[in-house]
Write a protein that binds this ligand. Structure first.
Ligand code: ATP
Ligand code: MG
Length: 646
């Protein structure tokens, strides 16, 4: 059990940081008071073919909702990630690829990546891909995934990446939703020593997608695959045949760059559409400031390119900044639980960015697998995806970072394109569990149920008052759903769907999704706090808390608890945990029911799906809703079987 306390900026880091706290405040104030001037200046970090003269044209009014940034400028996203670096850093490594097997790795320079992208761009054109076409990418974490994204951007096609762990049905649904007539896939993927039948899945998906008439197949494992004459093409063959000269297509700032479906934690995934100019400005600026990225450093984000974190912080942000970005094909526990840290040592990683689900899973195995590695190269640690429990934060800081490395807990969404609330290393004093303060240009607002703005230290619904350049522009093909989902609950503001608390220092604490809030005898409670109290117990690895119908209290607290590796559940422990939470938070938060959970239902990106747990707790497990993004359906069967509320 760690003693959780605050962490002032270490003196040595403060000396080298780009900014100090006063500098941040000044720049932040400028960005809010005069966004036009602020972004007119910072928009220049991207190379424009035709410079913009207009900066911002936004209305959050539901009857005329539109969001435009830099809209009379033109540019090409791939040229910003590649061509503009060739003169100065053509021979610098752009991508370090670390394979699933520790013996497999590869380094690709900016010049090589540029050549590969140009070739594949020409190959795509030969296959008939034109500006504005939607291209589905269903690939494992291999360099060809980066090449495919950048080639789409180069020719002006809109990529829609579907995570390689998704089923044929989920793939088909996404191909149909964006009306895509080409898929780029691989023979097989490789994760944790096991193959993933990507081509088989694609063939199956395409049975339901009659308009999808072209498939490009990357040879990853060499496993034998079915090949449909006239429809299927080997990636290496079409690239070999293509020229490496491909001028980038001139794109308007507001031309679409990609579509990406959300994780599906709260319901059916939404096809989030991002455009080119504002997104590139925002992804590159946040990557530089939030990770304090410095030339020559090795930067590693462990996300998959199938998630927005992979888009903004493996590919577009880092490559726009001329960084060296590491792409990892494997999983944290293969060949063993030391893998992340072995990779850090092997490639001298300075900046490491991962998700709370991974941190909790590794923490569960104890300190040994971490301590057997050096991790001397690490300078900055990051977290994204869910609230990070203070206990997990402390472990990450003390054990992984050897107390040296600041942690940036970055709050953002697929919809926001880039990080909105986050500490800046060397600038922000840290509080474990808090995403701290807003990034430049971001004005968080907390409102009550009636859209009344709550000032000072308070708790409520997290909205953003005005637009920022990386904001999504629409739900693909369903602008009405865009307006309904984000702009009608609290008219005049962007509603995130998350709840949050602001403390007396103005720090933001994400309390979980508003849909997950529990109301016990009239007291409203976020899930994060109760879960964190449970996780702070020595024996608990992970916990998920939901409300369930309770005759007297309205809602009772139902906790699903996963114990540390090797521990057996007992009745005593159950009682001990109730007493523990009562002591940590207060009697109002005592769990009414605790169910032992060998595993929790999660999205494929590792987020706990409380809406499913809520159904089980309410005995409504016959109607679980959209489960297409569920990682391990078997986990649900066990929880239904052993539910406490029969
Ligand atoms: P869907 O919108 O389909 O339900 P999703 O919200 O899980 O899925 P994402 O865009 O991947 O889709 O996730 C964004 C959400 O993740 C945020 O709204 C928030 O709930 C959570 N989140 C991300 N980063 C953080 C963080 N640092 N702290 C707390 N919560 C976070
Ligand atoms: Mg969401």
């Amino acid at each position: 059990m760690w003693e959780v306390h605050d962490f002032p900026v270490p003196a040595d880091l403060a000396k080298t940081a780009h900014l100090d706290a006063a500098g941040y405040e000044k720049m932040y104030r400028e960005s809010i008071e005069n966004p036009e001037a602020f972004w007119a200046e910072h928009g220049k970090r991207i190379d424009w073919i035709k410079p913009y003269s207009k900066v911002k044209d936004v209305s959050y009014d539901a009857s005329d909702l539109h969001i435009k940034w830099f809209h009379d400028g033109t540019l090409n996203a791939a040229a910003n990630c590649l061509d503009r670096h060739l003169a100065e850093r053509g021979d610098q490594v752009a991508i370090i690829w670390e394979g699933d097997d520790p013996k497999d790795d590869k380094k690709i320079t900016y010049r090589e990546l540029h050549r590969d992208v140009c070739k594949f761009s020409n190959a795509l054109k030969d296959l008939g891909v034109k500006k504005g076409d939607r291209v589905t990418i269903y690939l494992p974490m291999i360099p060809e995934a980066a090449v495919a994204m950048l080639a789409c951007a180069r020719v002006g096609a809109v990529h829609s990446i579907v995570f390689g762990g998704f089923s044929p049905d989920a793939l088909a649904g996404r191909i149909q939703d964006c009306d895509s007539n080409i898929v780029i896939t691989a023979d097989e993927g490789l994760r944790g020593g096991r193959t993933v039948p990507l081509k088989v899945n694609t063939d199956k998906a395409l049975e339901d997608c009659p308009d999808c008439k072209t498939v490009v197949v990357v040879k990853r494992t060499g496993g034998s695959v079915n090949f449909v004459e006239g429809r299927d093409h080997w990636y290496h063959e079409i690239c070999d045949a293509a020229s490496d000269d491909c001028p980038p297509t001139e794109m308007g700032a507001e031309d679409p760059l990609f579509i990406l479906y959300t994780s599906g934690s709260t319901g059916k995934p939404k096809g989030v559409l991002h455009t080119t100019g504002g997104y590139m400005v925002y992804a590159s600026m946040t990557h530089q400031y939030v990770f304090d990225y410095r030339d020559g450093e090795i930067y590693w984000c462990t996300a998959d390119v199938g998630w927005v974190t992979g888009h903004s912080y493996i590919i577009y942000g880092p490559l726009a900044n001329g960084a060296t970005t590491l792409m990892f094909e494997g999983v944290p526990n293969y060949p063993d639980f030391s893998r992340f840290w072995q990779v850090c040592d092997k490639h001298n990683v300075s900046i490491f960015y991962t998700a709370p689900t991974a941190i909790r899973a590794l923490m569960r195995e104890g300190d040994g697998p971490v301590k057997s590695t050096s991790r001397k190269s690490l300078r900055i640690l990051g977290s994204v995806g869910e609230p990070i429990n203070p206990e997990a934060w402390m472990w990450y800081h003390e054990v992984v970072g050897d107390k040296r490395c600041p942690i940036v807990d970055t709050w953002w969404q697929t919809e926001t394109g880039g990080i909105l609330i986050t500490p800046l290393p060397g600038v922000t004093n840290l509080k474990p569990g808090s995403a701290t303060l807003p990034f430049f240009g971001v004005e968080p607002i907390i409102v009550d149920g009636d859209n009344k703005v709550l000032e000072g230290a308070t708790e409520g619904n997290l909205c953003i008052q005005d637009s920022w350049p990386g904001q999504m522009r629409t739900v693909y093909g369903d602008h009405e759903r865009f307006i309904q989902t984000y702009f009608t609950t609290f008219p005049g503001r962007y509603f995130s769907g998350d709840g949050c608390r602001r403390d007396e220092d103005g720090y933001y604490w994400i309390t979980g999704r508003v849909d997950d809030v529990i109301n016990v005898s009239g007291h409203r409670m976020g899930t994060a706090e109760v879960e964190s109290a449970l996780v702070a117990h020595d024996k608990v690895a992970e916990a998920a808390v939901v409300g369930y119908p309770h005759d007297i209290k309205g809602q009772g607290i139902y906790a699903y608890v996963t114990l540390n590796a090797g521990l057996e559940p007992t009745e005593e422990l159950r009682k001990e945990l109730v007493t523990w939470v009562r002591k940590e938070i207060g009697p109002i938060a005592s769990p009414d029911l605790i169910q032992w959970a060998p595993g929790l239902p999660k999205t494929r990106s590792g987020k706990i799906m409380r809406r499913i747990l809520r159904k089980i707790a309410a005995n409504e497990h016959d109607a679980l809703g959209d489960t297409s993004t569920l990682a391990e359906p078997a986990v649900v069967d066990d929880l239904v079987e052993n539910r406490m509320n029969k």
